[in-house]
Design a binder for this molecule. Structure first.
Ligand SMILES: O=C[C@H](O)[C@H](O)[C@H](O)COP(=O)(O)O
Length: 225
């Protein structure tokens, strides 16, 4: 089974949790794309769903499929959000934001009753951090934040695209840092979010309810108690 087949398998398993009349949060990325396609099929078959996209890219795909999209301010709470991850560990902690969508994704996750993460099996790790942690920052403060992260030994690298600073849907920049040696991720999160100009980090430490991993002999479902 290829990684992409595992992603699709996890996505198809996850959409089974979607029921009629739900408000559904749509994640971002290659795994989430399989899920959005499956949500499009549910809608075509007559299911009434209202969806909140986590990025401009996801919104575009969803609209092309005829999925009803609303802004977050138009609804109160999201029933279920299905999203991908760059890494997940055994404690339901995640690194997200490889595709730059971490800020809106985290806002959706925070405002969702039930969060499902879908991934191919390579995303499940013993310890987070082989994947660099994305941090979203305000452009005005980028230089000083890079200096701060350097002093913290986090080996910051500002993300670029076509030789220019990478810009998020919220017109911010991304700095990727190395957290592999960090033991206390909660303390790191608190420290980072205290820095003026750091808007959000790609650490999702306590929002996930269920992780679905693609697997050769059928999807693996890990429920958080
Ligand atoms: O910013 C991007 C998101 O956090 C994605 O969900 C994450 O990067 C995983 O993407 P993919 O499913 O393409 O590996």
């Amino acid at each position: 089974m290829t990684a992409d087949q595992e992603k699709q398998q996890a996505a198809l398993e996850a959409v089974k949790f979607i029921k009629n009349n739900m408000v559904v949060g749509l994640g971002t990325g290659s795994t989430a794309k399989h899920m959005i396609l499956a949500v499009g099929d549910l809608v075509k078959r007559g299911m009434n769903l209202t969806c909140v996209p986590s990025s401009e890219a996801t919104q575009k795909i969803a609209l092309e499929l005829g999925i009803k999209i609303v802004d977050l301010h138009e609804i109160d709470k999201i029933d279920i959000t299905i999203d991908g991850a760059d890494e997940c560990d055994e404690n339901f902690q995640l690194i997200k934001g490889g595709g730059g969508a971490l800020l809106r994704e985290k806002i959706l996750a925070w405002n969702t009753k039930y969060n499902i993460i879908i991934a191919d099996s390579s995303k499940a790790v013993k310890k987070l951090g082989a994947f660099k942690l994305p941090i979203e920052v305000i452009p005005f403060a980028t230089k000083q934040i890079l200096n701060f992260l350097e002093a913290e030994n986090l080996q910051p690298i500002q993300r670029t695209k076509d030789g220019q600073p990478y810009s998020t849907d919220e017109n911010n920049y991304i700095i990727d840092v190395d957290i592999f040696k960090i033991e206390d991720l909660k303390a790191l999160e608190i420290k980072l979010l205290k820095v003026p100009g750091i808007v959000e980090t790609g650490l999702f430490l306590d929002t996930t309810n269920l992780i679905i991993l693609g697997n050769e002999s059928g999807p693996i479902l890990k429920y958080r108690n």
